[in-house]
Structures are given as C-alpha cells and as structure tokens.
Design a protein around this ligand. Sequence first.
Ligand code: ADE
Ligand code: ZN
Length: 328
Amino acid sequence: QSVLRFLASLPKAELHLHIEGTLEPELMFELAQRNHALDSLPCKTLQEMKAAYNFQDLQSFLNLYYAGCAVLRTDQDFYDLTMAYLRRAKADNVVHTEIFFDPQTHTQRGVPLKCVIEGIHRAQEEGQRTLGITSCLILSFLRDLGPEAAMQTLNEAEPFLGHITGVGLDSCELGFPPGVFQEVFQKAKTLGLKRVAHAGEEGPAQYIWEALQKLDVQRIDHGVKCLEDRKLIESLEASEMPLTVCPLSNLELKVYSGELEKRMSELLSTDLCITINSDDPAYFGGYLNQNYLWLIQNLGLDSQRVVDLHANSFRASFLSQDAKTQHC
Ligand code: ADE
Ligand code: ZN
C-alpha cells in the first residue's frame, strides 16, 4: 500500500506506449456497437475477448491486437481511445507520454490517415489542457509490411508532420531486421523527425546493432537481448543510449519465459539508461505503476532505484532541455 502511494507520488514519463494497445475490451465493444462492427471482432462477447488475452509469444498477441483495431474507424474513435488512455495515465501520475501509433493498421482497412492523426491530436491537446499531461506522437512502421510500404506511409504523413515528433518500427520482429528500413529512416531524419526502433525484444542482439548503425536511432525499444553481447552493452552504456523496457509485456508474451526476473536484474545491474514502460497495457494487465510495482515486488528494487529509473525516462524523452530540467 505504501509502495503504491510512493509510486503515485512520483510524476512520471512514459516513452513506450502503443495507443492501440490501450484499447480496453469495454471500449472495444462500445466502439464495435457504435460502428455496427461487432462482426469484425474475433470474439462475440466481452468475456470471450478477455479470456483470449493469454499469449504464447509476440505473434499470438499481435494477432489479437490487430483484430481489436478493427473497431477504430472515425476520428472520434481515435479521440476517445486516446482520452481514455490519458485519463488512465493521469491516475498513475504520468505527466509526459510519447505515444506510438501504427498508421498502416488503419489505412490498410480504409481509414484515412487524417482521421487517425487528427483524432489522436485533438485528445493530446485536450489532455494537456484538462489533465496537464504533455505528449508527443511517434509514427510507427509495421516491419512485416516492408520498407516500400513504410516509405509510402511516411510520404502520406508529410502533410501532418506538425503533429508528429518521430518515427518508430514495430510489429513482428524475427525475420525483419532493421537494416532494410535504412532509407525511410534516413528520410525521416531529413524531415527533422526523431527515430526509435523496437529491437532485441524477440530478435537477436544483432538487430540492436543494426538499429544503431543503420537507422541512427535515439532510443532502442525493449533491447533486452543486448544481454547476449558484452560489446553491445558497453557501446550502449558509452553512448548513454536509452532502452525502453516493458516488464509486464515481456512477462505476458513469455519472451524470456522463466528467465524474466534474471534478465531484468542483469539489465538493472549495468550502467545502461533503462526506462520503464507499459507497451500495451490493456492487453498486459497493467499500466505504468504496475510495471514499476512488478520490479519492486519481484526484484526488490528500492525506492532510490525507482527514483533513478523515473529520472531516466525524462532524460531519454524528446522534451526540451528546459522541460527535462524541470522534471528531474
Ligand atoms: N506492437 C505493439 N506492441 C508491440 C510489441 N511489444 N512489439 C512489437 N510490436 C508491437
Ligand atoms: Zn512496443
């Protein structure tokens, strides 16, 4: 109880959060009804849906996550989704959040990119005004759709770059190394966008090297597999490259089955810039504070370490230097 009070008392930043992964089953069914889209869901009832949240690996989760997205159709849906997340984040005392969205998941279904971006953006403004939460938006390419589709998506997004801070790379990792996205990331850089990439979640340490060397990223999302390469750890430490680690996600996707505590302890015993995040909290059973709580309860993190980790999140954020200093 006192741990929860301590976590609640810390104003926090979140750097690895997929907005589609905050779609709670209740809202999913509400939107399905509103859009007459119940048939598009893989489960007919809320209970069935919740029972299906039992994953074997990343792909089994992604299948359900993409299926759930089918109910998101209008800019009001994206607004409602984002507001619901921001209200939930407020309850965890999140004061700054950097939100991923997967445009291709929606444009592929015929939802205009403009609806997606403007719906989310309207909620971000409302969140800042009424909840005091600052946020930015990161456009994430689906790596399994390949580099040409990513380039096309970036080109389509050009009219909305005022609402976008950076690009990311997510979805199924194994078999889709970061290097093939070099050109689109280079273009994003010329457009003044920040760059991050999921690497070393299920994929090997080599994918992390590639993200660093070919995509010129400012953060690695997950990155837990760096533990398999001593030289890589040293390089990440020396460059103070942040890793956005998501404990409950790793737990629920069983990526390091049986070894999660060991891996997290190893990570936290290095000099790496580790940040704690919730990834897809509606699917993994916990928002940001629950991720910290898992580390406290399972690794025995003390409060000073928690304070250090939360400071890392602000340091690794895309906030201005002034804003960072205010928060740390
Ligand atoms: N999309 C949403 N969550 C993801 C994750 N943990 N890894 C890869 N792609 C994702
Ligand atoms: Zn993720």
